[in-house]
Ligand binder design. Structure first.
Ligand code: FE
Ligand code: CA
Length: 462
């Protein structure tokens, strides 16, 4: 085999932190947008040994763990290493090295990760929340600001990639940078792999992964717009769609440091990630298990309500992709793709929430904040909805939506992300904004800061 160029073009990542372990990830892709489906990332069929190191310091003088993983062609030469025996609430640094078949001994960038706190810990948790990063719509400047802040954990609410291609009709101002060749919509495993490669070659996205462990959930665009369970949403053949979905889920796994692998045509994404006695992060899958009248599917709902009932954490945080609360449009209509289409299941979840329920949502490409529940005399929790990192906002009349929904307390139309802090006393969220995404380098602003008091929103001084 010819000697290959630099393999760590897609960077490094870590995720799924526990008090004593974390998953670290990389993928070998010397030719990230290679057009040959038999050679993902420009790699042949041969497995490649990848050495990894985890250290307590950035110069790797105090090694905490090390080993070798085999990068396999069947998984696009991605590696997922579960690193055990770590200390809770501790920073670690990690890197990967390879030699043959590469031209030189090659070393990856260094990533920083952090384990979750011990179960009894009452230390505050600092997190960032992002969603909806359409590559061709703009630069990922919000993610650059997340990388610079270096939170304990990054919660990503989905629409991590968008499956679409270059629009047939030019959309001025909405296609500010090109997708990977041939700029078409993703259908095959190879298409999805190259789309992830397009995103991961973005320096801001790579920096955000290298700066902190992530806990991601997915939404529709990781597969296809508005899909629901095994149905594509446009009446086309479900068998063909299920094969496409399986390809998309496999490519997703190949690019994230997850604890689970795809099984059959599914990938278990709903999960519980405790952060000490402070926060139980409950990560939801609003797509894979969808049925008529039911967003989560019965098994996931039973799991969720059981977790909510059993939780003794100060804050129970639903990490999920969509707008959760009621949001009536000015003409009286409701979304048929978000929680407003599943009011009975939403009501059952709110009934078991107890105190300290916080929902994080995305999908709508604007910042929002709302009180949850139908009865303002009986508050049941709050919702913080993050704007898009780059995806263009919808043409909704947001002032009229605010006027039509008394429980929706805040809107801002910038692109951006959320920064949060959960502690024994309070839960605070700052709505971060960027002025522009059509070029890099927008400074970060703050549109508002909210806390939670008596399971209601409370606006705080910036
Ligand atoms: Fe989106
Ligand atoms: Ca979406």
């Amino acid at each position: 085999m010819a000697n290959l160029g630099y393999p760590f073009t897609l960077g490094v990542a870590s995720g799924e932190p526990a008090p004593d372990s974390v998953i670290i990830w990389t993928r070998l892709a010397p030719d990230p947008f290679g057009l040959d489906p038999a050679r993902p990332g420009g790699m042949s069929e041969r497995p490649v040994p990848v050495r990894w190191q985890v250290a307590e310091d950035q110069r790797f003088t105090r090694i905490a763990a090390s080993g070798t993983a085999q990068a396999q062609h069947a998984w696009a030469h991605s590696v997922h290493v579960k690193v055990d025996g770590l200390r809770p609430a501790a920073d670690y640094y990690y890197r990967f090295t390879v030699s043959a078949p590469f031209k030189n001994n090659e070393m990856s960038a260094v990533g920083r990760t952090r384990t979750a706190p011990a179960r009894e810990s009452r230390d505050p948790v600092r997190f960032a929340v992002a969603s909806c990063q359409r590559y061709e719509h703009g630069h990922f400047t919000a993610l650059r600001h997340i990388a610079e802040a270096g939170p304990d954990v990054v919660l990503h609410l989905g629409d991590y990639i968008y499956e679409g291609g270059k629009p047939a009709v030019p959309q001025p101002g909405r296609y500010v940078r090109p997708l990977e060749p041939p700029e078409r919509s993703c259908r095959s495993l190879h298409d999805y792999r190259n789309r992830y490669a397009r995103y991961r070659t973005d320096p801001d996205l790579r920096a955000a992964h290298a700066a902190a462990p992530w806990l991601p959930v997915w939404d529709d665009h990781e597969v296809r717009e508005n899909y629901a369970g095994g149905l594509p949403g446009d009446g086309t053949d479900p068998g063909a769609f299920l094969r496409r979905r399986a390809a998309a889920y496999k490519a997703y796994y190949e690019h994230f440091p997850l604890r689970v692998r795809p099984v059959g045509n599914g990938l278990r994404m709903y999960r519980w990630r405790p952060y000490g006695a402070i926060a139980d992060f409950l990560l939801l899958d609003g797509r894979q298990h969808r049925e008529p009248g039911d967003m989560l599917g019965r098994a996931q709902e039973e799991w969720l309500t059981g977790r909510l009932r059993d939780s003794s954490a100060r804050w129970k945080v639903l990490v999920q992709p969509l707008f959760f609360g009621r949001r009536m449009f000015p003409d009286g209509s409701l979304s048929d793709d978000a929680w407003d289409a599943f009011p009975a299941q939403r009501a059952r979840i709110l009934d078991t929430g107890g105190g300290g329920l916080v929902v994080l949502g995305g999908d709508v490409h604007n910042h929002w904040a709302c009180d949850l529940g139908d009865d303002s005399a009986r508050p049941v929790g709050v919702e913080f909805v993050t704007s898009s990192v780059s995806s263009a906002p919808p043409g909704t009349d947001n002032a009229a939506i605010l006027a039509a929904n008394a429980h929706i307390r805040f809107h801002d139309g910038h692109r951006g992300h959320l920064e949060g802090k959960a502690g024994p006393e309070g839960f605070e969220v700052a709505y971060r904004t960027v002025e522009f995404v059509d070029r890099p380098g927008a400074p970060m602003g703050t549109a508002a800061v909210f806390g939670v008091e008596g399971d209601r929103l409370k606006r705080l001084d910036i």
